[in-house]
Write a protein that binds this ligand. Structure first.
Ligand code: GNR
Ligand code: NI
Length: 183
């Protein structure tokens, strides 16, 4: 297993259209294991293959729910999270709801920047898992939002592309300033 480098904006590779996976191989399964390790290390709740430089339609998600015995008032920093790793290969959106949900999104390729994004609240999606088996399911909540965010990456789209030009430019300026102060 390996922690891979995450590509950050404005790297042109983030604008590539990723290619469908024809056959799921051991090489893909190794990449997926490395993607999970990279995502947990970051940490993040999702990661698309293109974010580690691989232009294939593969993404991983783990929303890491608090353990079932967690009290309501527990400190989020000290509670135990249960891993729920999910793999999506060649995902497709078959249906999306008219109603939208807003989430304050972030992206490992646009580090430390957050903005509200509206997306369909519920979607019906199909995909392959790491064994090549096909799945189809209706998703909602943060999982629906995160899958749409990751599927955007497969099409060269970042969450900042959903903002007004003014908001996007402000956010990118803030990122540049942060990078200069960190350098
Ligand atoms: O870690 C992440 N958090 C997040 C929060 C709200 C909506 C989407 C995401 S995905 C992001 C990780 C990432 O950049 N995936 O591409
Ligand atoms: Ni992202």
């Amino acid at each position: 297993m390996a922690i891979l480098d995450i590509i950050e904006t404005p790297d042109a590779r983030l604008r590539a259209i990723s290619k469908p996976v024809e056959v799921v191989t051991d090489a893909h399964r190794t990449l997926i294991a490395d993607m999970f390790e990279t995502m947990y290390d970051a940490p993040g709740i999702g990661l698309a293959a293109i974010q580690v430089g691989v232009p294939e339609r593969i993404l991983v998600i783990d929303l890491q729910r608090p353990a079932d015995d967690t009290p309501e008032d527990a400190d989020p920093k000290t509670i135990k999270y249960v891993r729920e790793p999910r793999v999506f290969i060649n995902p497709e959106i078959l249906w999306e709801s008219e109603d939208l949900a807003v989430y304050n999104e972030g992206c490992l390729s646009v580090p430390e920047m957050y903005a509200d994004v509206n997306r369909p609240a519920r979607i019906r999606a199909s995909w392959l898992d790491e064994t090549g088996a096909a799945h189809e399911q209706e998703l909602d909540g943060l999982l629906a939002t995160c899958l749409q965010h990751e599927m955007d990456h497969l099409n060269g789209v970042l969450f900042i592309d959903h903002l007004s030009r003014l908001k996007r430019d402000m956010l990118l300026k803030k990122l540049e300033k942060l990078r200069r102060s960190a350098a």
